[in-house]
Every structure is written in structure tokens, then in C-alpha cells.
Design a protein around this ligand. Structure first.
Ligand code: B12
Ligand code: SF4
Length: 383
């Protein structure tokens, strides 16, 4: 490709990305984030990924763009805003409702972003680059072994903040990321510069102390991991800190001072919150069966976790609510077919109603054949 072609092409790519609803677009050479792979390996070696085995399985492909696709030459990094209109922390003290993190209250971002990435890719292939320059591309959002944050930083979209997410000068912490790998030789942008300075608001905000050091996250302690990725019983040490969060956590993002530049008007309309996902009642969530779960969460990323994890999370919120009116619904789950639900119900009931707990224990404990649930009865008696 001639020397003058790229700069003209790069500006056209950015203009087209803006037209397609991306709030940020930048370009990195495929080898522009050399430290990312090394740091990924270290993170995995320290076991910080918990039971996200998929992070381990394709580690070499994830570690660098060329590890996944040797022919790649450039990465087009994209960000779409989901800046909320209201303060995500405003429901923290309302124990009767659950908090769903901002990113999951609207349409599934995987669907929205993939559609726009494909549109950008199609435009690039058909209109932007002449047939005399044959090239290939692949689009990614989240699910492929791609390190989206360091690549976005290398492409100048912002920098990885101390909470490890990408922060943008104009969109704060509320950006979804996506990437296009291409065999085109494009001119890279200047990398983003770290502007966290001495601020440590995100580290101080974390309810479960998930940052062993700035810029490093121990996912095993992060409420987002615990409520979304972790399949089993949630370790007791984190249950109180989870509060009323039933899916994900926004606290470290929400306190970032750079959010003051993030205008909700820039957010893609598809991410506007669905009314029923803003402050769902805990009483309704613990009563969900499979069909009810699928109906409420259709079209939302939440559907992936399934009914049992959602009811487990809602039981923790119930146990933290201090609201004895929830005991009836909680007790009804002591006989649930899923051990993770039964076990969490034991814990929640022990926090809500000591008399009812003792009566249920006398009746049910002898017939319990799951070791994990029996351990919950033991623990609840000790605490
Ligand atoms: C695995 C994963 C998670 C895990 C682990 C998170 C993590 N920080 O790695 C869990 C389930 C906890 C999670 C939670 C969330 N996630 Co997530 N997640 C991912 C995923 C799939 C991979 C991330 C990854 O590669 N992690 C591996 C580690 C090694 O990477 P890292 O944190 O970037 O590590 C860097 C630092 O540790 C740093 N580092 C290490 N040592 C040192 C030393 C020094 C001196 C320095 C300076 C730096 C440094 O360098 C490393 C490499 O860059 C990406 C999508 C993707 N494919 O990229 C989405 C993604 C990162 N998640 C996203 C979101 C929105 C979230 C949540 C906000 C959701 C929520 N509200 O609940 C939370 C945020 C929690 C947090 N504080 O990170 C967005 C973030 C967008 C953005 N603006 O950055 C992504 C990019 C998805 C997307 N397509 O938009 N997530
Ligand atoms: S998302 Fe919540 S739990 Fe996870 S690191 Fe941020 S503040 Fe801590």
C-alpha cells in the first residue's frame, strides 16, 4: 500500500466509527502492547483468575494479537459509551431492592457492539479500501482471547486506570471495548498516557478489597467475578461486602473522577436501562423459577448466568437486607433442588430470623445429603 494511503484511510475509519455510534476509535500496531502478555501470564500464574479456566486455556492466543492470528498487522480499537444518567451508587442503602451493574441494565453489549463492528468491517472491505489492496479482518468483543484494554490503551483511547479498566478523558470509565484485527498496515496512534496521578478512589471504594496493588485485580475477590463468573457457593468472607449487588459491581468505576466528563448523552441508546432491571425487588428475584428467569432476563447479558446463580445472589442480598419480611421466601428455598441455592438460603435465613432458622434446622438438617449445605448449617450455628 502506498505511503500516503494510510493516513487518509485512518481518518475515514474514525469518521465511520463515529457515525456507527462509537465514542472512541484509535489504531495500534499489532505489537504495540508488548507488556500485556507477560502480565497476563503472571496474573494467571498467581491464580488471580479463580475458576475462569477459559482465561488459562487460550493464554498464548490471548497474550498478543499475533498469538491469535499471525497475519494481523494492525488493531482498530473501539469504545462505545454506556455512561449512566443516574448515580449507580444511589441504591446502595435500599436493602429491599437488588443492584444490577450499569452495563447489564440495557441491551446485551456483545450483540450491539458486534453488530456495529461488523458494519465497520463491511464498510472497510467494500467501500474504504480499493480492490487493489486485498486484506482480511476479524472483529472481536469480549468473548475471544483478546486483551482489549491494553490494546485500547496502545491505540490512544485512554489508559488502564488503577481499577484496571480503560479510562478515557472524555468518557470516563463507562466505555465498552471492541477490536478489529486486520492484515492492513495502518499507522498507529500515540498510546494513552496514565492520568490517574495520586488518586486512589477506586481502590478505597472496593467493598471486598480486590486490589492487592494499584493496577492489579484479584478477580477472586471481585464482586463482579463472584456474582457472575463463580459457579459455586460464594465464600462467606465476601457475603456481607456484596450488600445488595445481585449482578456485577460498579463501585470502583463509579467513583472515578474522570467520569465528570462522561455525558450520558454520548451513550448508545440501546444501553438505556430497562425499567424492570433498575431496582428489582429482592422478594421477586428469590421467587424466580427457570421460566420466570428466562422471561425477565431475555435479551440481557444476565441471561447467561442462569436461574440458580441469580437466586443465589439474591439470597445474599436478602441476608444482607435485615428485612424479616423476606424470611418466608428465603425459607421456601431451603428445599430447592440446587444445593447452591439451599446452602445460601441457610445463611440468609440465619441472618433474618433466628426462631424460624431453629425450627427449619430441626426439621430439615437430618435429611440434607449435600456436604456443602450441611457445612452451611454448621457455619450458621457458629456465627
Ligand atoms: C476477565 C474479565 C473480567 C474479570 C477480571 C477483570 C480483570 N481486571 O481482568 C472480572 C469478571 C472480574 C471482570 C469484571 C469486570 N469487567 Co470484565 N472483562 C474481562 C475480560 C474478558 C478479559 C480481561 C483480561 O484480559 N484480564 C486479564 C488481566 C491480566 O488483565 P488486566 O486487568 O488488563 O491486567 C493488566 C493490569 O494488571 C496491568 N498490570 C499488571 N501488572 C502491572 C504493573 C504495573 C506497574 C502496571 C502499570 C500495570 C500492571 O497490566 C495488565 C495487562 O494490561 C475483558 C474482555 C477482553 N477480552 O479483554 C472484560 C472487560 C475488561 N470487562 C469489562 C467490564 C465493563 C467489567 C466490569 C466493569 C463489569 C461490572 N460492572 O461488573 C467489571 C470491572 C472489575 C474491574 N475492576 O476490573 C470491560 C471493561 C471496559 C473498559 N473500559 O475497560 C471489558 C473490556 C469488556 C468489554 N468488551 O467492554 N471482567
Ligand atoms: S467491581 Fe466492585 S468488587 Fe470488583 S474491584 Fe471494582 S469495586 Fe471491587
Amino acid at each position: 500500500m502506498p505511503d500516503d494511503k494510510p493516513s487518509e484511510l485512518e481518518s475515514r475509519v474514525k469518521a465511520k466509527a463515529a457515525e456507527l455510534g462509537f465514542a472512541a476509535c484509535g489504531i495500534a500496531r499489532a505489537d504495540a502492547a508488548p507488556l500485556a502478555g507477560e502480565r497476563l501470564h503472571q496474573w494467571l500464574a498467581e491464580g488471580r483468575h479463580g475458576d475462569m479456566i477459559w482465561m488459562e486455556e487460550r493464554r498464548d492466543q490471548r497474550a498478543s494479537p499475533a498469538g491469535l492470528w499471525p497475519a494481523v498487522r494492525s488493531v482498530i480499537a473501539l469504545g462505545m459509551s454506556y455512561a449512566p444518567k443516574d448515580d449507580p451508587l444511589r441504591l446502595a442503602e435500599q436493602g429491599e431492592v437488588g443492584r444490577i451493574s450499569v452495563y447489564a441494565q440495557g441491551a446485551d453489549y456483545h450483540d450491539v457492539i458486534k453488530r456495529q463492528l461488523k458494519a465497520l468491517g463491511r464498510w472497510l472491505a467494500s467501500d474504504a479500501v480499493g480492490v487493489e489492496y486485498p486484506f482480511d479482518l476479524k472483529v472481536f468483543v469480549d468473548t475471544a482471547p483478546v486483551m482489549e484494554k491494553p490494546l485500547a490503551e496502545a491505540a490512544g483511547l485512554g489508559w488502564q486506570g488503577k481499577h484496571t479498566n480503560l479510562v478515557s478523558r472524555t468518557e470516563g470509565s463507562w466505555l465498552f471495548l471492541g477490536a478489529i484485527y486486520t492484515t492492513l498496515e495502518l499507522k498507529g496512534d500515540a498510546a494513552g498516557r496514565d492520568l490517574c496521578g495520586s488518586c486512589d478512589a477506586c481502590q478505597r471504594a472496593c467493598p471486598t478489597d480486590a486490589f492487592p496493588a494499584p493496577y492489579r485485580l484479584d478477580a477472586r475477590r471481585c464482586i463482579s467475578y463472584l456474582t457472575i463468573e463463580h459457579a459455586g457457593v460464594i465464600p462467606e468472607e465476601f457475603r456481607a461486602g456484596i450488600g445488595n449487588r445481585i449482578y456485577g459491581c460498579d463501585d470502583c468505576l463509579a467513583v472515578c473522577p474522570w467520569n465528570k466528563f462522561a455525558a450520558a448523552a454520548n451513550a448508545n441508546l440501546a444501553f438505556a436501562p430497562r425499567a424492570e432491571l433498575v431496582a428489582p425487588e429482592i422478594a421477586d428475584l428469590i421467587a424466580l423459577d427457570d421460566a420466570g428467569f428466562r422471561q425477565v432476563f431475555a435479551g440481557s447479558p444476565i441471561k447467561r448466568i442462569g436461574r440458580d446463580k441469580m437466586v443465589r445472589n439474591a439470597l445474599i442480598a436478602a441476608g444482607n437486607s435485615g428485612d424479616p419480611a423476606l424470611s418466608e421466601g428465603v425459607a421456601a428455598l431451603l428445599g430447592d433442588p440446587a444445593p447452591v441455592v439451599r446452602g445460601t438460603a441457610v445463611w440468609a435465613l440465619s441472618r433474618l430470623d433466628a426462631v424460624r432458622f431453629a425450627a427449619e434446622e430441626a426439621q430439615r438438617r437430618g435429611g440434607e445429603n449435600d456436604d456443602g449445605v450441611r457445612a452451611e448449617w454448621d457455619r450458621a450455628n457458629l456465627s
